[in-house]
Design a protein around this ligand. Sequence first.
Ligand code: BTN
Length: 254
Amino acid sequence: MQAGANGRLSVDDFRHEALVETLSTNSECLARARAGDPGNLWITAGRQTGGRGRRGRPWASEPGNLYSSLLLIDPAPMARLASLPLAVAVAVHDAVRAVVPFGSEPVEIKWPNDVLIGRKKTCGILLEGENLPDGRHSLVIGIGINIAVKPANPLYPVTCLKDHGASVSPEELFAHLLLAMAEALALWDRGRGIAAIVERWRKAACGVGEKITVNFSDRSISGLFAGIDDNGLLMLETGPGKILPVAAGDVFFG
Ligand code: BTN
């Protein structure tokens, strides 16, 4: 990941290409990486014809919402990449808060990186990585934010910014996201700034102390959400004094 002359990443270090329509902004970024793009490239689209969600689910992408992806090349040593989703969540949380009117329902983060308004999902984040033939590692951060449209989701209640009084265009919201992401990536500092990111994440966390169920690919485990540890792992309290650290899973409240 290339930083500016002073070694700190700033908003001027990023390029942006706006497309009217594409299959998936994530696919577009991965294709650019394979073609030799140096990274720090944002691609947005007014509409996606094959938007992807987590675990191979489709992400409905009609006009009116924000569809954006950021291509990073060699963003950090592999061992430090696990905390990047938390930094992305912090950035999206900042961008959404900047456009939601004061007094609206709370904007919060559900582990690891769903941004909720009033406990309903308003954003989806999908990180995808690929090793390139020349030895570089490409990483794409895909972000979809519901502004005017709220596609039905079989798993979670959903909402959109318009329902919370935010009248913002995808372009205006992207301007906030661009700034917030540059700040969060600078704070993350190629993974060295994990403590600062975890601190910011904890302040925005949703449901600490509440009963949750974590769905894994092969089973579900319920317990109390005891927050995140200093590495960003979810701490699931399965009994008095018994903490199970969780690195990946789908979280449901109640
Ligand atoms: C989720 O399932 O919560 C993640 C959804 C991620 C959707 C975004 S929209 C922009 C980017 N392009 C894609 O195909 N997916 C991501």
